[in-house]
Ligand binder design. Structure first.
Ligand code: PGA
Length: 265
């Protein structure tokens, strides 16, 4: 039953591709009770506006131990994913969660290479590539995060940094069906600072062009923007041609804001 539901979600995505992906990264927040309440509120808010599903796919990525109870509250309209996975499949890897385990509990996505993991846990592009490979082998879509620091942008290195992160993190066999790119300037995450529309346009165009050098069907890969996205700034961000959704941290913890962002698309 659960497997079928996960498969339906994946198939639904393929048919309805290039809807905006509205992805919530709950990070390390909340109690079990709060997670379940948030899931319920998100489902209620989506169901109260049927048109939202015509333009958007939804995804929530709770902490690992909240995945099963949260998934039980979600309808098919909302996908569930992990915030990370192991580069290994199974065995003596204390603290790790494998892509197989995520798939087993109906996840269809996994966020990989978030800047918090790159900086606090020194994750390299090579490690992220190995994780993405495992994710893809299990049928999970890897959301590969890239983004420059403020110092790198001030030095005019943002495109070089993003291209290197992305091209070195993409696994062999990456396709538009199993890969999403999330551009998140590090200085915009959790700070309230948002990149200008010109900067977002330039970077998303650049990412699309670089993807085309690496994989077929690059025009179908969803490129999300992330970094202080809120209902108030979502409309102009979604109006950018190569923005195909958002990866949302802080605002994804309030159903009203999370669904409010989708309403702007
Ligand atoms: P934020 O986080 O929306 O709180 O800036 C985005 C993210 O870390 O993915």
């Amino acid at each position: 039953m659960r497997d079928t539901r996960a498969t339906d979600r994946q198939q639904g995505l393929e048919v309805l591709d290039m809807k905006n992906l509205i992805a919530g990264n709950w990070k390390m927040n909340g109690t079990m009770g709060e997670a379940i309440k948030l899931a319920n509120s998100i489902v209620d808010a989506i169901q109260s506006d049927a048109q939202l599903l015509e333009k958007n796919d939804f995804l929530v990525c709770p902490p690992f131990h909240h995945i099963v109870p949260v998934e039980a509250e979600l309808t098919m309209a909302v996908n569930i994913g992990g915030q990370d996975c192991s580069p290994f499949d199974a065995g003596a890897y204390t603290g790790d969660i494998s892509a197989t385990m995520l798939k087993d509990v109906n996840c269809s996505y996994v966020i990989l290479g978030h800047s918090e993991r790159r900086s606090y846990y020194s994750e390299s592009n090579m490690l992220i590539k190995q994780k993405a490979q495992m994710a893809n082998e299990q049928g999970l879509t890897a959301i590969i995060c890239v983004g420059e620091t403020e110092t790198e942008r001030e030095a005019g290195q943002e495109q070089d940094v993003v291209a290197t992160q992305m091209l070195e993190s993409l696994p062999e066999g990456a396709t538009a069906d199993n890969t999403v790119i999330a551009y998140e300037p590090v200085w915009a995450i959790g700070t309230g600072k948002v990149a200008t529309i010109e900067d977002i346009t330039a970077m998303h165009d650049f990412i699309r062009a670089k993807l085309a050098e690496k994989l077929e069907g690059a025009d179908k890969v969803r490129i999300l923007y992330g970094g202080s996205v809120k209902p108030a700034n979502a409309e102009e961000i979604f109006a950018v041609a190569n923005v195909n959704g958002a990866l949302i941290g802080g605002a994804s913890l309030k159903a009203e804001d999370f669904v409010g962002i989708a309403k702007a698309s």
